[in-house]
Design a protein around this ligand. Sequence first.
Ligand code: BGC
Length: 775
Amino acid sequence: MKKVFLTGAAVLCTVSLLAQPKLTRDNIDDVLAAMTLEEKATLVVGGGWGSMTAGSLTASDASLVSGAAGTTRAIPRLGIPSTVLADGPAGLRINPTRSGTDQTFYCTGFPVGTVLASTWNTALVEELTTAMGEEVKEYGADVLLAPGQNLHRNPLCGRNFEYFSEDPFLTGKMSAAYVRGVQRNGVGVSVKHFAANDQEVNRQANDARMDVRTLRELYLKGFEIAVRESDPWTVMSSYNKLNGTYTQQSFDLLTTILRDEWGFNGIVMTDWGNKEGTVAAVKAGNDLMEPGMQSEIDRIVAAVKDGSLPVADLDRNVRRMLQYIVRTPRFAGYKYSNQPDLAGHAKLVRAATPEGLVLLENNGVLPLKDVKTVALYGTGSYDFIAGGTGSGNVNKAYVRNVAEGLRVNGFAVDADIETWYSQYIAFTKTSLRNNAAGNGLGILLGDPVVPEMEVSRSFIEKKVKATDIAILTLSRNAGEGDDRKAADGDWTLTGAERELLQTLADVYHAAGKKLVVVLNIGGVIETASWKHIPDAILLAWTPGQEGGYAVADVLSGAANPSGKLPMTFPLSYLDIPSSHNFPFNYKGGNSIDMAALLGGGRAPRVLRKDIDYTDYAEGLMVGYRYFTTAGQGVSYPFGYGLSYTSFSYGKPVVKVAKDGTVTASVVVTNTGSVAGKEAVQLYVTAPAGGLDKPACELKAFAKTRELKPGESETVTMTLDPYTLASFNAASSAWETAAGSYKALFGASVADIRASAAFKLAKAQSWPAHAACLPR
Ligand code: BGC
């Protein structure tokens, strides 16, 4: 009897092994049916930490890409390959060198997300990310872990440079353009971090608490636009909790809203951290655990066996994984070259970057005239910061600094000053690096910024005679794992910076010469107390590897800047409503005390405000929504930026179609003397009655082509009634009120050049779900 049973089992076993379909685009159901439980669990868990470092490649992924952040696991018997996931967002992040070869694998350092948003040019963003996607494909990756599109809720979030804006509409449009560009190459993206991951302090456990209207209209809106308009292959759920539930484990977020309401049909992966709630994550619709651990596979297998995880849930996720895999270049056996067009991309980036630089002040000194020799001060002039630190830091072959940029634009840079700074930077960097390594902070935080050195007045007085102008670059950096501080050297200038700025201004002005400040910063800093001192301020951001060239192209007038701010520069940090509910100069960074958090088996301790949880008490009052509604002054308003030319706006025309679609157009004319582009912003003020709204909200924007002096362009923007809707928490529905709206055509939110009223005859509403509600 025993023998008969064993023979039967052997036959069954053979049958199932014989049922070994090899994955094709058309047999996903057959492959799913042929998978064992262990194989299913394997497919939804990534290849593990360090799976991409050269030393730890396994046979199945030996051909994969060194330095990529993660993989999916191969199941060779079913023809399922590993696929490769690599960071973004400012380009592809992989290891630039590999053992056993002299070949290098550098990637282009593209402008960071904030610079892309500052262009207000979605076509340009798409062109740049099309190039970025070519590098993803030619270096053998399948998915770029980008774009990052959390909101700039507070200017001190350490990763704001990766993100686009304080405004969800601008964010969503930029993200959609980014995604379309990358995916045009037949590779995927992972739109991240979904959602409400707006601080770095305790990012792995912080609970973002907010009312559902704020969630829908601000923190989800950009993702909604991106999903609806660009069909991203993947979405990355964030580390944090949202209204009490880890986003990774939120069915409401990952299924009800993302898939059922928005129609997302790709896969969701976790951000790079293992949480014990693997089974809850699978149920919620999180299809892939990254970076992936054996314990997660074990949990899934055990939960199916004990009935706590319905196999149908697992099958649903596995099916989506298979649908993802058949889209990838790796599945198609694409023979990547490892030789993307780096030279072509460098040219493209250099030409595009000036569009993202924002000219904040200019009393006529720019573009530079009659300047031969420049006194170039500031560590950032020589040690230019191309992008932030952490996983968003691209391994690029070089970074062009301002000195190099000035030289290729035909200027001389004072040699003594350059030598002095170079020596100081080399010395200080070495000791800073050693310190950072000693602290164990090196990897996450990347290279520290070299603090400004003290320069004596007598030296400056000597140099003023030998030079025609002074340029001072002020630098800041930030990145993954910690938030910035409302302190000198970060939000505010250091004593050394202030003194240098003032002395340069005094000495150069006394000699009838000028001072220009270049801001090489990843996020907003305090400007109100010193912006009157220099003759011009160029906000260069951290604009990628060609940064120094782009800065000098603008200073020289070879390029006309047309960037505008995607966020507000306030007068003071405490003017920002979220400053009352944001980690205040907390020193713990990313580190979390899980044992303490969970009570270590003891009674749970008191949760710490802004660390264990953050109340988004300001609701919709983020950025310009607050400043315009409260009538509170700012240093530089949202949407602001100067040009070397000027533009006039004609009388606008606004028409409403029967279905409520609004078409708004305005003639923009270049009234100055050089060619330039203008970013036109359409803000809308809603009728009184209905839901309370901010004073105005950005609902459309457009950038003109380059207009020659005297040339005009009719800029036309359309917006559908859904774009005008607000979320009614009481009815869980999006609602657009009937009545009289105002269309405001702005050069910034504070510089409205033309306006027109339009009427919507009937109210409209779109049902949604009561999801992600506050507890
Ligand atoms: C970051 C993600 C990144 C991932 C992989 C995480 O720590 O939050 O943005 O894509 O690591 O490197």
